[in-house]
Design a protein around this ligand. Sequence first.
Ligand SMILES: NC(=O)c1ccc[n+]([C@@H]2O[C@H](COP(=O)([O-])OP(=O)(O)OC[C@H]3O[C@@H](n4cnc5c(N)ncnc54)[C@H](O)[C@@H]3O)[C@@H](O)[C@H]2O)c1
Length: 359
Amino acid sequence: MAVTNLTAGIIGLGRMGAEPSQRLTGRVPAGWLPISHLEAVRDAGFDITAICDANAARTEWVKESYGLSAALRASADELIGERAPDLLAVATRTPERPGILLRAIEKGVRALVAEKPLANNLRETYQVTDAVMAAGTLLGYGAMRRAMDIYRRARTLVAEGAIGELVGINAEFGLSKLLWSLPHAVDLFLFFANTTEVDYVSGHCTWGADESFTSENYFDGDPLVETATVRFANGVIANIVPAGGLNIRLFGTKGSMAILGDGEYIELHTPGRADWYFTEYRRFDNFAQASGTLNLYRQLHGALSGEGSFDVIDADTIRVSQQILFAILQSSAQGGQRIKLAGLNEELVINGRTGANFA
Ligand SMILES: NC(=O)c1ccc[n+]([C@@H]2O[C@H](COP(=O)([O-])OP(=O)(O)OC[C@H]3O[C@@H](n4cnc5c(N)ncnc54)[C@H](O)[C@@H]3O)[C@@H](O)[C@H]2O)c1
């Protein structure tokens, strides 16, 4: 029987957690708004029963601005411990995230959504993903493009053979920070390559004067990635390149496709006068009615109420996406050597600091 009145809690009520989407109206493609967890949780039909931010004034402001009846909790422990909600969104910064997620899993929260990146090292990453798998908890993740209609449309086009066999992916996210921006690029690699089997990762990073390896196991900062390559076991080669525009390009044996301007539209290039020139062009406009974040929470609502299933992402994919991120820096530290995910240093911490802020 369908369950109604699913309860939800939100921990971390900053920009991603609860900042109203209006600030971005007209500035981002369809499929982005609502962007905050709180708005999407509410719009997906959950009953928001408890909210929490380390800043009590912010918690009160959020309750008042959204007209919520939710209880205000002073700490994550208090929110989780009292009466765990069905769903919990965790949109704090990264260092506190794994601890909160682990406590929530222990308390029997049925579905979690964690902002990206999942953790500042692989040891904590594995603790969370192992616990999720053991408990059967549903785990959503802040890499939302995979839940947006336009990226899903592009993946369907690839599956239908629109560009032949997929052989390459480029992510053009500018010269970007590993933990702040590139979890999104790496997630899209996994989304389009459609496998979590990785042959090797190679990376070349650079960083600011106030960032460095303070020991073999600790990077103080958030490196900029000049280039990185991920070769998947199915032969797909994915590259992070320092081009701007927030574009994803997909290369196939019989064409190429680009999802441009962060999902503004898709361009499809297929053979023209000769098979080897991809000079025919077709444009697909963005038709999204809901945001990726809302799509994600709607699916979770359906899964928790027994009306559907959740297939946006799974714990294994999140784990591998974290491994790839950490492999990029570890490869860079070894002069860009190709490295396997199996041999990664689980203890390496990347604290994600940019100035005084942490990813
Ligand atoms: N998915 C995306 O597109 C995207 C975009 C930007 C940021 N992010 C990620 O989302 C996370 C949040 O980023 P943001 O820009 O919203 O940060 P933010 O600083 O605006 O918000 C974080 C909030 O968490 C609160 N907080 C910190 N520790 C807490 C704790 N222990 N308990 C309760 N509340 C706590 C802070 O007071 C703050 O209000 C970051 O990890 C960032 O990497 C994701």
